[in-house]
Write a protein that binds this ligand. Structure first.
Ligand code: UDP
Length: 240
């Protein structure tokens, strides 16, 4: 199963993948490996928007579970995504890839605010645009941020690079009979509550007909394979 031809993509990376083999935080060596994958995709002629989660540092839900105010904890989570964005920007620029970070929470001394027209211009000039801080509001996730920026930037697909190699009908870690889908519809994902992205993000992709490609970014060279229509992945789209 391969993707229709894509020119502009939004790549969403879970914060977790920046940890490498660590239990927490950022492993610069692993971020450098991820940056190589992004560079290869860019060198193949694609325009790339990036969104990186913050789960390797802080998740609002975890803070709330320990008694924090949820909105306050979510703002901390958003700040974590800015740290990850800056780490990725650093790694990409060390490879000679020009980048700009645009944050939904304004932070003028470290990055630009989100300005769609400016982001367009960056892409035209061959820069990778890293969107940080999700949608900029608590009670959302960076998956929703990714879906929102993919729609806003008119991306042809949302590529979700994570620790699992696709979408399963049950949790493969708990159920050995779980089966991975090659293709699955947005409606099935929502109705069966399949673990892809949160429902708000899936619904936004559905309403804007943006295919979601779920694949493992931990495997070296996999992003290029997925873009070439090879490799293991699940495509979430209108008709499955
Ligand atoms: N977050 C938020 N609003 C957003 C995006 C993120 O409040 O629009 C907060 C939320 O607390 C979330 C944290 O930032 O848990 C980190 O993002 P996420 O959990 O999406 O990261 P990932 O799971 O992709 O690493």
């Amino acid at each position: 199963m391969s993707l229709p031809r894509v020119k502009r993509v939004l790549l969403k990376l879970s914060g977790e993948v920046l940890m490498g083999d660590q239990q927490f935080g950022i492993d610069p060596a692993f971020v450098a490996e991820l940056a190589k994958e992004v560079k290869a995709a860019k060198d193949s002629g694609l325009e790339i928007c990036l969104v990186i989660g913050g789960g390797n540092i802080f998740r609002g839900m975890a803070g709330a579970a320990q008694g924090m105010d949820r909105a306050q904890a979510d703002y901390m989570g958003m700040l974590a995504t800015v740290m990850n964005a800056l780490a990725m920007q650093n790694a990409l620029e060390q490879l000679g890839v020009h980048t700009r970070v645009q944050s939904a929470v304004q932070m003028d001394t470290v990055c630009e605010p989100v300005i769609r027209r400016r982001a367009e211009r960056h892409l035209e000039k061959g820069r990778v645009v890293i969107f940080a801080a999700g949608v900029g509001s608590p009670y959302f996730t960076t998956d929703s941020g990714a879906a929102l920026r993919a729609a806003e930037m008119k991306c042809d697909a949302l590529l979700k690079g994570t620790s699992v190699d696709g979408v399963y009908n049950a949790d493969p870690k708990k159920d050995p009979t779980a089966v991975r889908f090659d293709k699955v519809s947005y409606d099935r994902v929502l109705a069966d509550n399949l673990k892809v992205m949160d429902a708000a993000a899936v619904a936004l992709c559905r309403d804007n007909e943006i295919p979601i490609v779920v694949f493992s970014i931990r495997e070296k060279g996999n992003l290029a394979k997925v873009l070439a229509g090879e490799g293991v992945q699940t495509i979430v789209q209108k008709e499955a």
